[in-house]
Design a binder for this molecule. Structure first.
Ligand SMILES: Cc1cc2nc3c(=O)[nH]c(=O)nc-3n(C[C@H](O)[C@H](O)[C@H](O)COP(=O)(O)OP(=O)(O)OC[C@H]3O[C@@H](n4cnc5c(N)ncnc54)[C@H](O)[C@@H]3O)c2cc1C
Length: 356
């Protein structure tokens, strides 16, 4: 019998698994044939530790040192831009993200495609970094296996039965037993709880889309910071000689294999075009992923008071990578592992008890 039976092979399940593997035998079950197929394979891969709800931000702050130690961070920078009429949204974002307000000319020196007449407000932080998300998931998967754990792909969990000692789950035709069941099922986390006979926590999967366009000719965009429109109305990030542009959409949807909506993409690209001198003539590719939020947009971690043998690692929203090491440490603490260093108020804000 596994000590920790983790459902979900995205960053949540893998980071939790690597941490819990130091406390007992871990088995990770992933329904798809590859790890990171859903949200974790579709992110913007940015580490910005002041982005999100306070308790999630606390996990992000705790994550930086481990992400750096694992060698998955590299410099990027984060530039907030706005038009004159967007001052209120700009000031709120600049404060939340701890940005330094800079002259528009300085912003244009960094990212020359910003529109000289539209750009009125700019803020910058160099604290934001790129995360090598594939490498991070590989590192965690290796750590699970090195500790004697097991990762099964192509193993969709379709039935869960509670016994006196733990759980028996049916996954891909096999029955697997575990003492603690860890719900890291991303957008499907409430559905997984239902399979175990427990109520959900009110997670809402929200679609977020991304378009890849050619980088502007004659300019080297590789070192540009990520650029975000005031009020998170769009963002742009250079990647591998291309530009990724997101409409920063947040459309509530049912859990599914998400794809980008053409109209949403077109509207987002129009907002990007308005603030830049670029005209988008061609999309190279597009995709979408689900960012799943609890009602208070804060991570949901630890044992469920209705059945402490059922633990949650869910509600990662748009911060699943940047908060992964810190949230895995909190989950481990809540399951009897070493102290995470987070204050009691943060642990309470993250705990499932707030919904029960
Ligand atoms: C466009 C976009 C941009 C983003 N940008 C960033 C960013 O810059 N920085 C950041 O930190 N985060 C970002 N995020 C958020 C981040 O990607 C997510 O928070 C994170 O990937 C969630 O990880 P997860 O493991 O919870 O979910 P997932 O990666 O979706 O993993 C859950 C897994 O559970 C599996 N599963 C579900 N039900 C079952 C079942 N019954 N049996 C077996 N397996 C099951 C699924 O197949 C899935 O693989 C972004 C997200 C999107 C979509």
């Amino acid at each position: 019998m596994a000590d920790f039976l983790i459902v979900g092979g995205g960053i949540a399940g893998l980071s939790a698994g690597a941490r819990l593997a130091t406390m007992g035998r871990v088995v990770v079950l992933e329904g798809e044939t590859v790890l990171g197929f859903h949200s974790s394979g579709r992110s913007a891969a940015l580490f910005e530790e002041d982005y999100g709800a306070p308790a999630t931000v606390a996990c992000a702050h705790a994550s930086g040192p481990e992400l750096a130690r694992l060698g998955v961070l590299s410099p990027r920078g984060f530039l907030l831009v706005g038009q004159a009429h967007e001052r209120a949204a700009f000031e709120a974002d600049a404060e939340a993200l701890k940005m330094t307000v800079i002259p528009p000319a300085e912003a244009r020196a960094m990212v020359p495609i910003l529109h000289p007449e539209k750009l009125a407000l700019a803020g910058y932080t160099d604290a934001a970094q790129d995360i090598d998300t594939d490498l991070l998931m590989q590192i965690y998967a290796r750590a699970i296996r090195a500790a004697g754990g097991e990762i099964r792909t192509g193993a969709p969990v379709t039935a869960i039965a509670r016994g006196a000692e733990g759980w028996t789950v049916t996954a891909g035709g096999a029955e697997i037993r575990g003492r603690i069941l860890v719900n890291a099922a991303g957008a499907w986390a409430d559905r997984l709880a239902a399979l175990a006979g427990l109520p959900g926590v009110g997670l809402t999967p929200m679609r977020r889309s991304m378009a890849q366009i050619p980088a502007p000719e004659g300019l080297d965009s590789a070192g540009w910071p990520m650029v975000i429109g005031a009020g998170e109305t769009w963002y742009m990030k250079p990647q591998a000689g291309k530009l990724l542009v997101s409409p920063a959409d947040e459309d509530p949807v049912e859990p599914h294999d998400a794809w980008a909506d053409d109209m949403v993409l077109a509207e987002g690209l129009a907002r990007f075009e308005e603030m830049t001198t670029m005209t988008v003539t061609r999309l190279e590719t597009s995709w979408a992923g689900l960012r799943s939020f609890a009602p208070d947009r804060t991570l949901v971690l630890g044992p469920d008071p209705r059945d402490p043998g059922f633990a949650w690692c869910a509600g990662q929203g748009g911060q699943g990578f940047l908060s992964a090491p810190g949230s895995a440490a909190v989950l481990a603490e809540m399951l009897g592992g070493p102290a995470s260093g987070q204050p009691e108020a943060v642990l309470q804000a993250l705990s499932v008890a707030r919904f029960r």
